[in-house]
Ligand binder design. Structure first.
Ligand code: AMP
Length: 355
């Protein structure tokens, strides 16, 4: 692959905070950013060009593709048709295959299992009758998750007793779903791995991820021993997944640390919230490594810059305390510039370093 040198234009599909942080990293090493999204958001606030159009608008997509030297995406629910429409005009990285797999929960789990990963037992369910039948096989407790478009615990219902089947089916609005056995775990962690076009990879020390109300609250390194002992196996699996997808860029795999070893939960074919700590906490951030990878530049060091690093998400009203975070020694504040605070909305994050 020819290198896409600084000065070139990187297209980003999506206008959220991940696009914004990718844009900041790209700008630092001399790239221009062109955002394509149906809605204005945190990313186009900092981009040099913005196409506000729907993902089905063929002419707008074609013009965007012509204006960019490489295109990436910052969320995994970009319609596949939009990517297919531009893939013959401009390199799209990571490619379509990663999206095809990551957009369908059971396809993703089966893909990872075929590569030797452990997953919770699961069954696809398309009706209440199928849910009742699946509960007999998988047992309780179990979690019903929509096949697509679920994130931050949305589109999920926990079932502790088979009598709750109808209620759970209603909670997911009767959408195609999977029923997943409940995993007993001590910790949650993630592997954030970057893969270059030549197949070389590098990954970050795995953060311990702690959630509140289904939303990531804290990611911290170094991870406790229960996670550290599972790092090698999980990172090797992430490498196999990236290779099988012929992946270029940063990919994130989420795991449960269990007594039997790492159990894969889900993947994101993009930079990930549990990697935000790398902006100040690693030699090269996940955002810069994604940009380096998609432009064919050498990947940067993932070594930590501090003894301890902790990233805390600022959700909803947390963001109003920005002055406190600014005053805190060793704390680095990031706000995403969202105009409206809503409960459960990711407004920013703060990273604390202990040197
Ligand atoms: P997800 O959207 O799949 O990442 O799920 C959100 C959160 O729900 C996870 O981070 C876990 O804390 C919890 N969770 C999801 N699936 C399971 C499972 N099979 N067993 C236990 N906890 C789970």
């Amino acid at each position: 692959m020819t290198t896409i040198p600084p000065g070139a234009t990187i297209g980003i599909l999506g206008s959220g905070q991940l696009g914004r942080m990718l844009g900041v990293a790209a700008a630092q090493i001399g790239y221009r950013i062109h955002v394509f999204a149906p809605e204005s958001g945190p990313a186009n606030d900092i981009s040099s060009a913005f196409t506000r159009a729907g993902f089905h608008e063929a002419d707008e997509l074609a013009a965007f593709a012509r204006a960019c030297d490489v295109v990436t995406y910052e969320f995994e629910n970009v319609p596949l048709a939009a990517l297919s429409a531009i893939a013959d005009k401009v390199p799209v990285r990571p490619g379509l295959k990663a999206l095809e797999v990551a957009q369908v929960r059971h396809v993703e789990k089966a893909f990872v299992r075929d590569l030797g990963g452990r997953t919770a037992p699961f069954a696809t369910v398309d009706s209440l009758d199928e849910l009742v039948a699946a509960l007999e096989i998988i047992g309780t407790p179990a979690i019903l998750k929509t096949v697509s478009l679920g994130y931050d615990g949305k589109g999920q219902a926990r079932i502790d007793d088979p009598a709750q089947a109808a209620e759970a089916w209603e909670a997911v609005k009767g959408q195609p779903s999977i029923l997943e056995g409940f995993v007993t775990f001590s910790h949650e962690f993630s592997i954030i791995l970057a893969r270059a076009p030549d197949g070389s990879t590098t990954s970050y020390p795995p953060p311990w991820n702690q959630h509140r109300s289904g939303i990531l609250h804290l990611s911290s390194i170094p991870a406790p021993a229960e996670i550290a002992s599972q790092w090698t196996e999980a990172a090797a699996l992430a490498g196999r997944v990236a290779e099988a997808l012929d992946y270029v860029g940063v990919i994130a795999l989420e795991f449960f640390a269990t007594a039997d070893g790492p159990v894969f939960n889900e993947m994101a074919p993009r930079v990930h919230n549990s990697g935000h700590w790398t902006i100040e906490g690693a030699e090269t951030s996940q955002f810069e490594n994604h940009i380096r990878a998609i432009c064919g530049l050498p990947l940067g060091s993932t070594a930590p810059t501090a003894l301890r690093v902790e990233m805390e998400n600022l959700i909803g009203d947390d963001a109003t305390r920005w002055a406190d975070y600014l005053a805190e020694p060793g704390a680095h504040l990031h706000l995403y510039g969202k105009h409206e605070i809503r409960p459960g909305r990711k407004m920013g994050h703060v990273t604390r370093l202990e040197r």
